[in-house]
Write a protein that binds this ligand. Structure first.
Ligand code: NDP
Ligand code: GDR
Length: 325
């Protein structure tokens, strides 16, 4: 029997890391996940996988821990998903965001270069790198114009990945993913904040939902679809970068309306604007041109915006209902 393929995922406790682990296990990989210590366990997204994966302690800030992790996992594929990923936090903690989200990528690349240069490397780049670009839709050629310390850090991570590919001939690629959501999305991101808030209002547990800018537009897709694209990128004969998104943009208001409609409530009665959630600089409108991924990876999203909203609201309904019992 051929040996199983081995994958190391950084950020395995996050939304994407958990779905990617599900996918790679389905494909019969041996999955290793880098986990950093925190005072309380943060394994809820991978609880169902704990007997099937190997967790390795480590931190993007600690080069030695990364070296140990790559030695132990001896991976064929490395997915670098770990980052400080919440845009507002990047203004309150710009330096640590730079350490995790920018320099952390170099630490992972250096580790791979030194310990396992044949491993294929995926970097989680972001549509936030496009920021306030005047070009719509955005593809692999669109110039970057980031609007937050997070966006700036991701641009660094993107270019250092490209540079390691060109300087050292590593199979290192970036997926420029647009927003992707799911019932496993962190509660601070707008879609999950809305699906959770709507359910709380419906069940009489909250009176209103406080949000920031309702006019921003994003290209929202379903996280497992994007994890499939990450996997496909590392199965290609040559390393190259891809934009991943649905090609359809909706405003935050559209998401709000669709979510309230799902439970039969009028959003205008419940949504309040709170200045606290308005950002120092906004990214107004992002929408993907993923035609390269469609052509080369044969990738397309399976879940529509309307289905996504329904999946998220219904999952929060079921969860909160269960918690209350
Ligand atoms: P999450 O915020 O859900 O997960 C982030 C992960 O990074 C967590 O597992 C977290 O661990 C880990 N992490 C953070 N700092 C460190 C560190 N210093 N050392 C080790 N691990 C660390 O993000 P997503 O799953 O949503 O996103 C995955 C990646 O994709 C991120 O890089 C994000 O920036 C990027 N991205 C996401 C998009 C999206 O729409 N979801 C779109 C484009 C890019 P812990 O549990 O300990 O906090
Ligand atoms: P984003 O996602 O910044 O695009 O980054 P987020 O869901 O935080 O914001 C999307 C848009 O919603 C507006 N908004 C609010 N946002 C939050 N979080 N909370 C609110 O109350 C609120 N009200 C309005 C925001 O202003 C913004 O315009 C996500 C992250 O996953 C990044 O890591 C990733 O790189 C990008 O998506 C692509």
């Amino acid at each position: 029997m051929p040996a199983k393929k081995r994958a190391l995922i950084t950020g395995i406790t996050g939304q994407d890391g958990s779905y990617l682990a599900d996918l790679l296990l389905e494909k019969d990989y041996q999955v290793f996940g880098l986990v950093r210590r925190s005072s309380t366990s943060n394994y809820r997204r991978i609880e169902h996988l704990k007997d099937k994966i190997t967790l390795i302690p480590g931190d993007l800030l600690d080069q030695m821990s990364l070296i140990q992790a790559v030695k132990e996992a001896n991976p064929d594929e490395v997915y670098n998903l770990a980052a400080q990923s919440f845009v507002p936090t990047s203004w309150t903690s710009p330096l640590s965001t730079g350490e995790f989200t920018a320099l952390g990528v170099t630490r992972m690349l250096e580790t791979v270069r030194l310990i396992k240069p044949k491993a294929k490397f995926y970097q989680a780049s972001s549509s936030e790198m496009f920021g306030n670009t005047p070009h719509t839709p955005q593809n692999e050629q669109t110039p970057f114009s980031p609007r937050s310390p997070y966006g700036v850090a991701k641009v660094y991570g993107h270019f250092i990945t490209l540079n390691y590919r060109e300087s050292y001939n590593l199979f290192a690629v970036s997926g420029i993913c647009f927003n992707h959501e799911s019932p496993r999305r962190g509660l601070e991101f707008v879609t999950r904040k809305i699906s959770d808030g709507v359910v709380r209002i419906k069940l009489g547990l909250a009176k209103d939902l406080k949000l920031g800018n309702l006019d921003a537009k994003r290209d929202w897709g379903y996280a497992p679809d994007y994890c499939r694209a990450m996997y496909l990128m590392l199965q290609q004969p040559k390393p190259q970068d891809f934009v991943i998104g649905t090609g359809v943009a909706h405003s935050v208001k559209d998401f709000v309306k669709a979510a309230f409609d799902t439970v039969g409530l009028d959003w205008k009665k419940y949504v309040k604007i709170d200045k606290k959630f308005i950002r120092p600089a906004e990214v107004d409108h992002l929408v993907a041109d993923a035609s390269k991924a469609k052509k080369i990876l044969k990738w397309k999203p399976e879940v529509s915006f309307e289905q996504l909203v329904k999946i998220m609201v219904e999952a929060d309904l079921a969860r909160i209902f269960k918690e209350r019992k």
